[in-house]
Ligand binder design. Structure first.
Ligand SMILES: Cc1ncc(COP(=O)(O)O)c(C=O)c1O
Length: 393
């Protein structure tokens, strides 16, 4: 089965009780047992729920995997994966990553004795240099948020596989946050990663109406640990949220093609505009890792970041003038959004750290939606004209 067919059919069998073609929202917390322990495989909805199981099967299949555990948010999924580590373990983490992930690692998990080193993982030598005898996890987010750098997943996997030559007793796990690329454009497990995490709030749900997350793997042991954590901690999605996410995911392929087409247009337009200092988009030949992007991804996604010429107030003024790009956190919905990472998504990273990583106050990030591309370009043009300094206009 090809991708779009899997999105619509895997886990989506007609309901065994009623024949309902669409998986029902099993809005139940518990299940009646005929006799003690005699039931149909469902006992309590924190542990297992048929609507959630359908979503887990659907999304695991999109990543080419056996196992998925759905969570109430991307952060809950991330926390569950980090549960495989124990106090004293160390993780190497990409330094350009979602601010909430940084906050979880540095301000929550570090208090439990986990150690994190943040490096530019687009530089494999830097990753190698950061590995210590107690390194148990390599955590990559690619393309990175918000600078859209690429991390060579196969390169990271090869480093992990060469663990003995790096002085490690155990191969570190490779985890990839695949939220930006989605399984439609990037398949980290096929490149050798151990586990993929998504904020399904983004492209997978696709309509900015539900928060969720999932961890997906082919490793039965790792899945058991994650599943144990899911049940023990309880960060599960409601049946209704699981159902909304599943409905959104059915059109992932269609939407991603449109997101990428519009984003390419927008990136090329911005790059050609005098008022724009720099554009970050993996589908531009000027992107430093364009060759890797072509190798590792089958499309370049819908996220575009850029820096406007001039003072930072101009960037904020520009963002406020747009009509079709709502000023909002999040990304991946059908509607276009703009955000100012330094004050919004990445506000939880200390300013000094943020700026060192290139997340400056002049940076803007677009989640390019699937509106008509002409309307999007017209909107960007009018806002650029309105904020243009006299010398440019
Ligand atoms: C790349 C990435 N990973 C994880 C998350 C966290 O997901 P959630 O907001 O669903 O908890 C986000 C949220 O913006 C994200 O952008």
């Amino acid at each position: 089965m090809k991708f779009s067919t899997r999105a619509i059919h895997v886990g989506q069998e007609a309901d065994p009780a009623t024949g309902a073609t669409i998986v029902p929202i099993y809005q139940t917390s518990t299940y009646t047992q005929r006799r003690v322990g005699e039931h149909l495989g469902f006992d309590y909805s924190r542990t297992i729920n048929p609507t959630r199981v359908a979503l887990e099967k659907q999304l695991a299949s999109l990543e080419g995997a056996e196992y998925g555990s759905a969570f109430a948010s991307g952060m809950a999924a991330t926390a569950a994966v980090l549960n495989v580590l124990s106090a004293g373990d160390h993780a190497v983490v990409t330094d350009d990553l979602y601010g909430g992930t940084y906050r979880l690692f540095s301000r929550v998990l570090a208090r439990y004795g986990l150690e994190f080193t943040y490096v530019d993982m687009s530089d494999l030598a830097a990753v190698r240099a950061a590995i210590r005898p107690n390194t148990r996890l390599l955590w990559a987010e690619t393309p990175t948020n918000p600078l859209l750098k690429l991390i060579d997943i196969r390169g990271i996997v090869e480093l992990a596989r060469a663990y003995q030559s790096l002085g490690l007793h155990q191969r570190p796990l490779v985890a990839v946050d695949n939220t930006f690329a989605t399984p439609y454009f990037q398949q980290p497990l096929a490149l050798g990663a151990d586990v993929v995490v998504h904020s399904t709030t983004k492209y997978i749900g696709g309509h900015s109406d539900v928060v969720g997350g999932i961890a997906i793997t082919n490793d039965a042991g790792l899945f058991d640990t994650i599943k144990f954590h899911q049940n023990a901690v309880g960060g599960v999605p409601s049946p209704h949220d699981a159902w909304l996410t599943m409905r959104g995911a059915k059109t992932l392929a269609l939407r991603m093609r449109e997101h990428a087409r519009n984003a390419q247009e927008v990136a090329e337009f911005l790059e050609s505009h005098d008022g724009v200092a720099r554009v970050y988009y993996p589908g531009l030949p000027t992107h430093p890792q364009y060759e890797l992007a072509k190798r590792q991804m089958s499309g370049f996604g819908g996220m575009v970041s850029f820096v406007l010429e001039g003072p930072q107030e101009r960037a904020l003024d520009f963002a406020h003038r747009l009509r079709f790009f709502s000023l909002a956190e999040s990304l991946g919905g059908v509607e276009s959004l703009i955000c100012h990472p330094a004050r919004m998504t990445h506000g939880s990273i200390p300013k000094e750290d943020r700026e060192r990583r290139g997340v400056t106050d002049g940076l803007l990030r677009l989640s390019v939606g699937i509106e008509d591309e002409d309307d999007l370009i017209d909107d960007l043009t009018q806002a650029l004209d309105a904020v243009a300094p006299a010398s440019v206009s």
